[in-house]
Write a protein that binds this ligand. Structure first.
Ligand code: PRX
Length: 636
């Protein structure tokens, strides 16, 4: 087969197989064929240079582009009046906002001009700490328009967590809002930023979007209202020419060690992969309304609320609210209201809505739905069936999409409606993805019906390029465990028919409601509480969240082992990270199971947290085996 016979849009199993086979034989030919579908200001000279030892990966070398021209300008002649973005507010009584491609381009250009006016230039880092309001989309795209590197931080992180991320990337600029709506609550976002900025000397200016009309503190010569700055700009802004390998954005994510790291994606490869996976996994057809319920503060929102859909000229829905406000029927009401055709959410949301009873779903007709998606964690069979039966009415295929912040886009999934599906199986590799299962020594596990650690042996266009400011950390985290392989940190099983099932993390990362935390990161936050001497955190199965956070804590004085101390520990975690990382269970212990060399045996702590106290394995090598009996006796 020739490269010019590779379809961009996979429409049948045969298309998938042809694409997949070609991509494995000639990945460079494959991706250069796919990349032709985009607008390049200057074509690339060489498709790929790579080495996983450094690591160094460069795609579409010397090609020039601007992703926003591909997301916006390119669509104006043919679909300028088509709706690009539908924004649904938190409160169903408030009006929806809609932006055509032409209007969205105008808004992005205005925001881009505000940023330029304030001195932001190509390569500058901009921290965006905003709720899910249209200005979040404008701000993110505006950065990409002028070549500023966006670092979107989820607006649920605490001031300390924001400060860490701002300082790590040395952001000179922050975009935020007065406050935010979250269900029945309103949260003071600007004051979180003010607290953070006390720790961030690098920040010079703050742009504030008025969401709630709150009388907030504005610091002279630092803080500016967005609506006031708009009076000084027009809506024309030339898209800055970017090199394929220029940094496009930073997104912080947790690993098994240390503080969260800033995953860096670059312009050309990210664009090619986000658009390709969106079109094919979701089998998007012109006119379809696509809704991804993630927050733009996570990678799912970057790739599948903004960039992927806009690259394909889709209509994308952005939702400010939460699934349970004003009641547990809110998702289904929004689907009917906007005639959503493709709905993409997380298993944790499905499980929490399941728990509220099926009546909420049955009150809506959901006729518009054609395809459902799941992301962020394994979807258990019960949730899969509920989703399929009650939301999809038995007729909508489900794509269970496996990927990571580091991969930029979906890596394993069925192509909606084309591949066979099986509950709790993510499915097949995306064309261009060369997966490998390895054993603990890094030896390849061949054949089917096997399990191992999931690696990728060849680069794909949107693989992370580095971790911001610390390339060695990137190498050690992803490329040093196994020689010449990218290691995901996940275990997986490949079935007889080649289908993949994800088995969860094999490192010290836990996935709580689809959010990633390093156990060390939470322990560090717990240890900030002055009464705590030491702690150890593990994940345990949780009905709604997928995994819950179980903390074993040693206190300075036994008499402090009470609810008040528990509250103080939780406060400490909320303070250092945010509410999303609150421990579900805190067990006070007098010692932790440690090896003679002082290493905590988390395997034992995990088993106790899971309630499998009879399967602890050999404990005789512990420094003090009796601590295990005590831990079992006081288990929560
Ligand atoms: O463990 C895998 C799990 O989420 C991790 C990536 O988390 P994050 O970078 O925050 O990105 C989440 C959204 C893409 C993976 O290492 N994970 C993600 N999707 C799935 C999954 N586990 C099983 N099935 C999935 N579909």
């Amino acid at each position: 087969m020739k490269a010019n016979q590779i379809p961009f849009r996979i429409k049948s199993l045969e298309d998938y197989q042809r694409s997949f086979e070609y991509s494995q034989e000639d990945p460079e030919g494959f991706w250069s064929s796919i990349a032709q579908a985009y607008h390049w200001k200057k074509p690339w000279e060489k498709t790929l240079e790579w080495d996983f030892q450094s690591p160094s990966v460069k795609w579409f070398i010397n090609g020039q582009l601007n992703i926003t021209e591909n997301c916006l300008d390119r669509h104006i002649p043919t679909q300028g009046d088509q709706i690009a973005l539908i924004w649904e507010p938190n409160d169903p009584q408030e009006s929806t906002k809609q932006y055509t491609y032409r209007q969205l381009l105008s808004e992005v250009n205005k925001m881009a001009n505000v940023l330029k006016d304030q001195g932001i230039r190509k390569g500058d880092r901009v921290c965006i700490y905003l709720p899910m309001i249209p200005e979040l989309a404008f701000a993110t795209l505006a950065c990409a328009r002028i070549g500023a590197i966006h670092s979107v931080v989820f607006a649920g992180f605490s001031s300390n967590a924001v400060a860490d991320r701002i300082n790590d990337a040395q952001c000179a600029y922050v975009i935020t809002s007065d406050g935010l709506n979250r269900g029945a609550k309103q949260i003071p976002v600007k004051s979180v930023v003010d607290e953070a900025l006390a720790l961030c000397p690098c920040v010079q200016k703050v742009l504030v979007v008025n969401r709630l009309n709150w009388p907030i503190h504005m610091q002279n010569d630092r803080d500016y209202w967005y609506h006031e700055r708009l009076n000084h700009v027009n809506d024309h802004c030339e898209a800055t020419t970017m090199d394929s390998e220029d940094d496009m954005f930073i997104l912080y994510t947790s690993g098994s060690t240390g503080k969260p790291k800033g995953v860096v994606h670059t312009c050309g490869g990210y664009m090619v992969y986000a658009g390709y996976t969106f079109a094919n996994v979701f089998q998007y057809n012109p006119g379809d309304i696509f809704w991804c319920t993630a927050d733009i503060g996570w990678v799912t929102g970057h790739s599948y609320i903004l960039y992927g859909p806009l690259l394909q000229g889709a209509t994308t829905v952005m939702f400010e609210g939460i699934p349970t406000y004003p009641d547990a029927g809110r998702f289904w009401q929004v689907i009917d209201k906007h005639n959503v055709n493709i709905f993409y959410t997380a298993p944790t949301a499905i499980r929490s809505l399941m728990a509220s009873g099926v009546d909420h779903v049955l009150s809506y007709n959901l006729h518009s739905l054609k395809l459902l998606g799941s992301v962020g964690e394994p979807i258990n069979e019960e949730a899969w069936h509920w989703y399929h039966t009650h939301v999809g009415k038995g007729k909508c295929p489900i794509v269970d999409t496996y990927w990571q912040t580091e991969t930029g886009g979906i890596m394993i999934s069925g192509m909606g409606g084309i591949h066979p599906q099986r509950p709790s199986y993510a499915g097949f590799p995306i064309p261009g993805i060369q997966l490998m299962l390895v054993d603990a020594e890094g030896k390849e596990i061949h054949g089917n019906g096997v399990e191992g650690n999931l690696c990728v042996k060849f680069p794909w266009p949107s693989i992370l390029r580095t971790t911001y400011g610390d390339h060695e950390r990137c190498r050690i985290n992803y490329f040093a465990t196994y020689n010449n392989l990218y290691f995901t940190g996940d275990g997986a099983r490949r079935e007889e028919d080649g289908m993949f099932r994800l088995l969860g993390r094999v490192d010290d990362v836990i996935n709580v409601s689809g959010h990633r935390f390093g156990t060390a990161e939470i322990e560090d936050a717990i240890n900030h509480c002055t009464k705590v001497i030491e702690s150890a955190v593990v994940g345990y199965p949780h009905d709604i969240k997928g995994q819950g956070i179980y903390a074993y804590v040693i206190l300075e004085h036994d008499e402090n082992a009470n609810d008040q101390t528990r509250d103080e520990i939780i406060e400490s975690v909320v303070d250092v990270i945010g509410k999303i990382a609150k421990p579900d269970k805190i067990q006070f212990v007098r010692g932790l199971p440690k090896t003679r060399s002082g290493k905590i045996m988390r395997r034992i702590l995990r088993k106790v947290a899971e309630g499998e106290t009879n399967a602890l394995g050999d404990t005789t090598t512990l420094l003090d085996p009796t601590v295990v009996d005590e831990i079992i006796a006081t288990r929560l």
